[in-house]
Design a protein around this ligand. Structure first.
Ligand code: FMN
Length: 500
């Protein structure tokens, strides 16, 4: 059989990045204590190639190489999102809209059940029971404020509902606790937390698997806020038009992508909890002393592919856009657009602005259809806010900006222009105080009110005239402010003015 495409095989994905000149093979020894984290963070900030650390200090029985920034941005012109595009089989020139459209393609398709295969590359080497020792592995300590070494920041957490036919894939971080245990973040409203609660009610520990270096398209789907009850493996199948191949775990009944790089498997205790964090988070802060008590994962087996690669995300300020922005942000945008369109809102696009640490979403409104609704800023803003802020997909979002269709929602400059000139302070901000806040947001966790609800707002960036089709203005830029013939003449003669 021919080898699978890059989006279905992490090792092929690494090869393709290398061929794209979008990967740096680093053979000098690097220290998992801070050095790997710092390099990866600088890579995001400089939009450099993804660093593959082939020589990690403390490597033990081949465990492990490390890949950073698998979903970072590229500085190559017109190929900014190439690494994300490679996750899902799109060309390097794909736009954010192309990526969102692709991720939503399977919404109208029938879910495709995975196939179970006998074995796969992730079973090349097996470490079982007493031979498991997480403390011997060169696990990165990423940020100087972190509370531990994070072994799980980019792998896919796999858990099954105790009674229903639902297997959830998501990404949820975990740090090494001791020889065989990890403390992992399991927080509401995430599906992993909902399923964990069900296991707690049964009194039995929750079986888990974490697939590191899962097929890139599986990593994308795991990061998407798909509705409750949807098994991500089946959504991947529908997206690809062919079922994904899974293989059974050694110590429980879960199934993992057969060509994963590294699989950690075991059970999550329903009663033993321990300190987790602090961790440098997606919002761009590491709050010192801010650890939480979280469930302990017991690792009963580690299996891996020869020459395995651990993948990491080192979240931080979006001056260096990382996977918690590219993946979480883009996939939230997709889900929010879908949600609003399904409910019949005249929404063309929705985009989570990286510059806002993915906490603001620009919602682009079709003004022709808006006019036909005979609505106004207050009613319309309240209706949209009531949908987005009450859904899981909108949980991390604190501001929605409603913009017209001449505003490019993917352009921060465009959106800020509309916001600063059309959203009247004190008049066009419609607050929501009875909805859940995002607990990682500093003004919630460390703000003045200590409230865990509200502080969310819909900012209407449409002037009253735009609701009724009256726009008595000309936008003063080169594009809109001059007749076509004048513009063409100027463009033709540009170099003759000596302006090139
Ligand atoms: N969500 C968490 O709740 N905890 C985490 O530690 C966490 N880390 C993430 C790291 C990365 C790199 C990415 C891309 C996402 C992370 N997420 C985390 C976000 C979830 O994976 C995302 O919200 C997903 O939709 C949750 O799955 P669910 O929709 O099935 O609940």
């Amino acid at each position: 059989t021919s080898s699978p495409p890059a989006h279905l095989d992490f090792r092929r994905f690494v090869d393709v990045l290398r061929k794209d000149s979008d990967l740096a093979d680093i053979s000098v020894e690097v220290d998992p204590h801070l050095e790997i984290g710092a390099i990866t963070r600088r890579v995001y900030e400089q939009r450099s190639k993804a660093p593959l650390f082939n020589n990690v200090k403390g490597m033990h029985n081949d465990l492990f190489r490390v890949l950073g920034a698998q979903g970072g941005l590229s500085r190559v012109p017109n190929e900014t999102y190439r690494r994300m595009a490679r996750h899902i089989g799109l060309s390097p020139t794909a736009s954010l809209k192309n990526i969102i459209d692709r991720m939503l393609e399977a919404k109208t398709k029938i879910p495709l059940k995975p196939v179970h295969v006998e074995t796969g590359p992730c079973k090349d080497v097996k470490i079982l029971g007493d031979d498991v020792d997480l403390t011997k592995l060169p696990v990165p300590f990423m940020n100087r404020g972190d509370g531990g070494k994070y072994i799980q920041t980019m792998g896919v957490n796999i858990v099954g509902h105790p009674t229903e036919d639902w297997t959830n894939w998501s990404i949820a971080r975990a740090m090494v606790h001791d020889k065989t245990r990890m403390a992992g973040l399991i927080i509401q409203p995430q599906h992993i937390a909902q399923i964990y609660k069900q296991w707690q009610e049964t009194g039995k520990d929750m079986p888990f698997a974490i697939a590191q270096g899962a097929p890139p398209i599986a990593t994308m789907v795991a990061s998407m806020p798909l509705p409750e009850g949807v098994s991500e493996a089946e959504y991947v199948g529908a997206l690809c038009g062919s079922p994904i191949e899974l293989v059974k775990c050694e110590t429980n009944d879960l199934y993992v992508p057969a060509n994963s790089e590294i699989v950690l498997e075991g059970t999550v205790s329903v009663k033993d909890w321990a300190k987790e964090g602090p961790f440098g988070e997606m919002i761009g802060y590491c709050f010192t002393g801010h650890d939480r008590t979280q469930p302990l994962y017991k690792v009963n087996a580690i299996t891996y592919r020869k020459d395995p690669i651990l993948t990491i995300s080192v979240p931080g300020r979006a001056t260096g856009v990382d996977e918690t922005h590219t993946l979480i942000g883009t996939l939230e945008s997709a889900e929010i657009r879908q949600l609003l369109q399904e409910k019949g809102f005249p929404v063309k696009e929705a985009w989570v602005l990286f510059e806002s640490q993915v906490s603001w979403v620009a919602i682009q409104i079709d003004k022709q259809k808006l006019k036909a609704l005979h609505t106004n800023a207050k009613d319309f803003s309240q209706k949209i806010g009531n949908v987005v802020f009450r859904e899981k997909a909108g949980r991390q979002i604190h501001r929605l900006l409603l913009v017209g269709d001449e505003i490019n929602p993917f352009s921060f400059e465009d959106v800020m222009w509309a916001y600063s000139t059309r959203c009247q302070p004190g008049v066009d901000d419609f607050p929501f105080e009875d909805v859940d806040s995002f607990p990682l947001m500093p003004f919630i966790s460390h703000g003045a009110t200590k409230k865990m609800t509200g502080s969310k707002v819909v900012s209407n960036c449409l002037l009253p005239g735009e609701y009724i089709g009256q726009e008595p203005w000309i936008i003063c830029d080169f594009e809109h402010g001059y007749p076509q013939d004048v513009k063409e003449k100027i463009i033709d003669r540009w170099s003759s003015y000596g302006l090139d």
